[in-house]
Design a protein around this ligand. Structure first.
Ligand code: ADP
Ligand code: MG
Length: 348
């Protein structure tokens, strides 16, 4: 029997060494299991097409089932918002407002009232550089056909642009566009607004952390299940595509939006025509590359990125500084204009 066998002194050292080794191994295993048990829950990611773009939602949750249900709930809600805010569908609530421009006030939903108030607020912040009444001009620009609209038509459409002609009556929940032919286009704010709603739902559903990306409008809360922050990439404005990044940064309980002249554009006679329009001229804002804005809400980063792009790097960064927000312009030749306080940003 092994237990009764006498161990020779030479062997005794060997056994002791083996015991130490086994104890060390056990200790390592113990530490490893503690470290891995620090992973807080499962990470689940789902992608779909909504709001005319790619929507990716990542959540951290203890229950995979609860995570799946929460994400499905968000997708449904985003579809509902999309149906209401759709500029191109005759059936949308927005089209109802637009059709009645210059005719009568229209009773609107709580969401519509909310997004319109937020859009007007950002118009005020940007001195009209962001203006949802650019609809008559956005309609003239077709970036597939690659045609520059008739100058006379742009001039006529410009007479209909002006956020001050949106009349809101909160008591009656109505919206009235003063001039016949006015058109509201929520394309510069709806995705960020959607990201806010998504985060609200995911929090209410008990998700421990989440990252919502609706194209370039991204909002995060909490930390990944391994305890590190969500990392966001900013693409190079003249790079090879979405994966060609110029910088990365951690995003903690806030939102980031990027607007650029590379999303929808055409080039004619060496000039770039893109989808961010200057509400004063009716033509695309100066082609400067891209701008990212960081703030606590997605509606704000989305609309400000669009507005700040119109203002251009100098005035745009000045405005962000005044508002105590963070932002970064990256020009087409790689120059940077920044509020200078983006923690953890890394350039490639
Ligand atoms: P993307 O839609 O590519 O994320 P933006 O958030 O910058 O880009 O929004 C651009 C969209 O906003 C345009 O397609 C148009 O519908 C609308 N838009 C364009 N110029 C303005 C502007 N100056 N103010 C408000 N909305 C605008
Ligand atoms: Mg925007």
């Amino acid at each position: 029997m092994i237990g009764l066998r006498k161990i020779k002194p030479a062997n005794r050292d060997n056994v002791r060494r083996q015991l130490y080794l086994a104890a060390g191994l056990l200790l390592c295993l113990f530490i490893f299991s503690i470290l891995t048990s620090c992973e807080r829950g499962h990470l689940l990611r789902k992608t779909t097409i909504l709001m005319d773009t790619i929507v990716t939602i990542t959540v951290v949750s203890d229950s995979r089932l609860a995570a799946e249900e929460a994400i499905e709930h968000v997708f449904k809600e985003l579809k509902r918002l999309e149906d209401s805010f759709n500029f191109y569908s005759e059936e949308s609530e927005l089209s109802m407002i637009n059709r009645n421009a210059g005719i009568r006030p229209v009773k609107v939903s709580e969401d519509m009232m909310d997004i319109l108030k937020k859009a007007i607020y950002v118009s005020q912040l940007t001195g009209g550089a962001f203006d949802i009444t650019t609809g008559p001009i956005t309609r003239l620009w077709d970036f597939h056909k690659k045609d520059i609209p008739d100058e006379r038509k742009i001039r006529e459409a410009l007479r209909l642009v002006g956020y001050k002609n949106i009349i809101i009556n909160e008591r009656n929940s109505t919206v009235f566009l003063k001039k016949k032919g006015m058109l509201i286009d929520l394309g510069g704010i709806a995705k960020g607004y959607g990201a806010d709603r998504a985060i609200e739902i995911l929090k209410a559903k008990g998700m421990k952390a989440a990252l919502v990306a609706i194209a370039g409008d991204i909002r995060a809360y909490g930390f990944k299940n391994n305890g590190s922050p969500w990392i966001i990439g900013i693409r190079a404005p003249r790079g090879k595509g979405d994966d060609d990044l110029i910088a990365t940064l951690p995003l903690k309980d806030s939102a980031i939006s990027t607007s650029g002249d590379y999303e929808r554009f055409f080039i004619k006679d060496g000039k770039r025509y893109h989808h961010i329009l200057n509400p004063v001229t009716g033509y695309p804002a100066d082609s400067t590359g891209g701008v990212s804005v960081i703030a606590d809400a997605g509606y704000l980063t989305d609309s400000l990125a669009t507005g700040v792009f119109v203002l251009g790097p100098e005035k745009g960064i000045d405005l962000l500084r005044k508002l105590n927000l963070k932002g970064l312009f990256i020009t087409e030749d790689g120059k940077r204009f920044s509020t200078g306080d983006i923690n953890g940003i890394r350039f490639k």
